[in-house]
Design a protein around this ligand. Sequence first.
Ligand code: ACO
Length: 329
Amino acid sequence: MKRQAFITGTGHAVPEAILTNADLEKMVDTSDEWITTRTGIKTRHITDSNTATSDLATTAAARAMEAAGWKPEDVQALFIATVTPDHAFPATACLVADRLGLSRVPAWDFAAGCSGFVYGLIQARAFVESGIFDRILVIGAECLTKITNWKDRASCVLFGDGAGAAAISSQGPGGLLGGYHWGSDGAISDLLVQAAGGSRNPATHETVEAGMHYIAMNGSETFKHAVRAMRESCLLALEMDGTDKSDVDLLISHQANYRIIDATARALELPPEKVYVNIDRYGNTSSASIPIALDEAMRRGIITPPKTVVLAAFGAGLTWAGIIVKWNG
Ligand code: ACO
């Protein structure tokens, strides 16, 4: 029988501290009204100086393991989608695997911007179906506020910190990982970039003074590509799955901007009650946004079988990805 991959547990973690739009009004020339109407964001959770991506990732992964009923010795591999690792190296995944007590399993990071978690699910599906692993932890974890320019009103109002995780198993019951679509376009990578700190522009006094270690984003251009790519990802993933859009029960889209979520929902002809939205509380947490939303929807009993769920993301790279997950009971 063909091997299949299932989501059998989820978890998430966000830092306690909350930054409101009213707080941001005191920091830059902005208003609650502008942020709310242009993005849908009201608050975001932000880490303190003692907390890094691995801390959030460890908690989220431990919760996913608990939900799946896994002990540390059950996990065969762990990978983390992140653009804000604790360090350039070693991989944050190695630190998290150690803190979870996993015994010497393969652990690695990868960067696919905000599409990272869906990229991770597609990789996990391939590893499970090929028979390489039976049980994998896939994590999306970010501390975007550590690379946010708090003087740039066009970007600093958008981001928050958090982590989400999923336990992927060859044995159900759970959410069956189905049809998917993923892609990238590096020709327009300059729309969303952290320009310094890597081998192209190593960190120097000059790069730091110029703020080149912060997120730089051409918001309106990114917005156009996001709307087009998310629509395409959803429709092509549904086509591969052999599922009609009228059979979709829930859309969990990357939470970057409410208007992008709304445009994606329209492409699928979904009413608001079939679209999960939490951008108002968390802002854009990049690769963590989909697993945080997925875990909330699971724990709130929104994903009770049978349910067909579409996950769709878009981010730096540029990258995009969509996957169909079916909870059949
Ligand atoms: N408060 C008040 N005014 C502002 C603010 C602010 N915080 N930010 C920008 N403005 C002003 C601009 O200066 C501009 O003023 P002007 O018309 O006088 O020049 C006006 O508002 C409109 O600016 P735009 O950038 O055109 O606004 P837009 O409607 O495009 O919204 C936003 C900006 C929210 C950033 C939107 O473009 C967006 O969400 N883009 C996509 C972001 C995204 O998906 N990123 C991908 C993932 S992130 C990752 O991978 C890390």
